[in-house]
Ligand binder design. Structure first.
Ligand code: URA
Length: 213
């Protein structure tokens, strides 16, 4: 495993949630509900990686308490469309968080990822970015999205890529291309099939979440 990859600690609760969202028998309503719970855990794990500084406050008893506060500005960047399923969890945790968008599509002829649309905060270069996409399969879209962030001046070490399910092929390609980016993932699966679906996987995450299957 690459040193920059952190997997959500496995326990009964996490395994039950993954069993629910991976099952072909799970209703859309439950799929969304349980996916949102895992996404919240992943976003919290990613936020815990951001820089903090010590902060001392006074409690109602007039006593000092040494805690911490964020020292960086944050931006969430979902890769449209499936990554938008992760946006709400971030804005539920960080009030008024800035959200950019990147849309990458695969060119039918060349099979290469092409940038179709991007909109990022003007000061994105000074922010720590949480790149959001639920599935790290080949890594093609995520790598193209990272290039967009780097072109806008975001520092590689200020990007955290958050996803629910990844696989060795995607992790290998992504982490070799961007060795300073940290990856927070829910579970690492066995690999890709010939259609580039993650196995055992979850199916098409965007279709199941947005009800277009
Ligand atoms: N995207 C998905 O939604 N599922 C996969 O298995 C791979 C990419």
């Amino acid at each position: 495993m690459h040193p920059n990859v952190e997997v959500l600690p496995s326990n009964g609760q996490v395994r039950a949630l993954f069993a629910s969202i991976r099952s072909s028998e799970t209703s859309r309503r439950k799929f969304i509900f349980d996916s949102n719970r895992v996404i919240t855990m992943l976003v919290e794990a990613a936020l815990a990686k951001l820089p903090f500084r010590e902060k001392t406050i006074t409690t109602p008893l007039g006593l000092p308490y040494v805690g911490a506060e964020f020292v960086c500005d944050i931006c969430g960047v979902p890769i449209v469309r499936a990554g938008e399923s992760m946006e709400k969890a971030l804005s539920n945790i960080i009030q008024d968080v800035r959200i950019g968008k990147i849309l990458i599509q695969r060119d039918e002829e060349t099979a290469l990822p092409v940038l179709i649309y991007e909109k990022l905060p003007k000061d994105v270069a000074n922010r720590h970015c949480l790149l959001l996409d639920p599935m790290l399969a080949t890594g093609g879209s995520a790598m193209a999205a990272v290039k967009v962030l780097l072109d806008h001046g975001v520092k590689e070490e200020h990007i955290i890529f958050v996803n629910l399910i990844s696989c060795p092929e995607g992790i290998g390609a992504f982490c070799s291309a961007f060795p300073k980016i940290r990856v927070v993932t829910g579970e690492i699966d066995d690999g890709l099939d010939e259609r580039k679906y993650i196995c055992p996987g979850i199916g098409d995450f965007g279709d199941r979440y947005f009800g277009t299957d």
